[in-house]
Design a protein around this ligand. Structure first.
Ligand SMILES: O=C(O)CCC(=O)C(=O)O
Length: 212
């Protein structure tokens, strides 16, 4: 566990997270700032790109960057994914074929209670039901708010926790007065694709674009 995002990059991610939340709030027709029910109903998880982006965006670095730089998302996040100490660490751990596999925020509303707790699980559980050749992957959970003990851990914003996808873990509810935001991109050692069709299960964008 160490601080990986500078204050400036924490701000970039906080702003993107808040914009995604606002857009999702409008789509959910939740009109009051104190109504958070719709957030816990979707498991407190917000994907940066919709799963409907299609295989081209999911596989090609230039296409991914183009879509991931357009409103409501931030171009600066692409620099964090593809050119930062986070990327260097991921390549060190997973090798030069490392890909971004998922790109998501965990947003826990204030006083969300048990509905915002994550029970014991392995991140890779859902792959068991998919027709894929599983590749090792890891989750890079990065705090976007200073977290006190009542939120889980006492850590400053920007702190990274790296977890293998097979690590059993859980988290407590947010019982604080504050929104509790984390960015949690996941990275695989190689593309994770459907065994029969070769279509990526989620994202399969190489961090190192050998062609560039
Ligand atoms: O942010 C948290 O509380 C935990 C998130 C988590 O465990 C997950 O998304 O797998």
């Amino acid at each position: 566990m160490s601080v990986i995002l500078s204050g400036k990059n924490v701000e970039v991610q906080e702003k993107e997270c808040d914009t995604i939340l606002e857009v999702a709030r409008d789509a959910a027709s939740a009109h009051t700032a104190t109504d958070w029910h719709w957030v816990t109903e979707r498991g407190c998880i917000f994907e940066a790109l919709p799963s409907s982006v299609g295989p081209l965006v999911a596989c090609s670095q230039p296409e991914f960057v183009k879509h991931r730089s357009a409103w409501p998302l931030s171009r600066k996040t692409c620099d964090i994914i593809f050119a930062s100490s986070l990327k260097n660490l991921v390549v060190e751990l997973l090798g030069r074929e490392a890909c971004i596999f998922n790109d998501q925020y965990i947003i826990k509303p204030p006083h969300a209670g048990e509905l915002s707790a994550f029970p014991w699980h392995q991140d890779s559980n859902w792959l068991r039901e998919c027709d894929v050749e599983v590749q090792p992957y890891l989750s890079a959970w990065i705090a976007l708010d200073d977290m006190m003990e009542d939120m889980m851990l006492t850590i400053p914003a920007g702190t990274l926790v790296i977890m293998s996808s097979t690590l059993m873990h859980s988290s407590l509810p947010n019982i604080s007065n504050h929104l509790r935001r984390a960015w949690m991109p996941q990275f695989s050692a190689r593309p994770i694709v459907n065994c029969k069709t070769g279509v990526p299960l989620a994202l399969a964008v190489l961090l190192i674009n050998e062609g560039s």
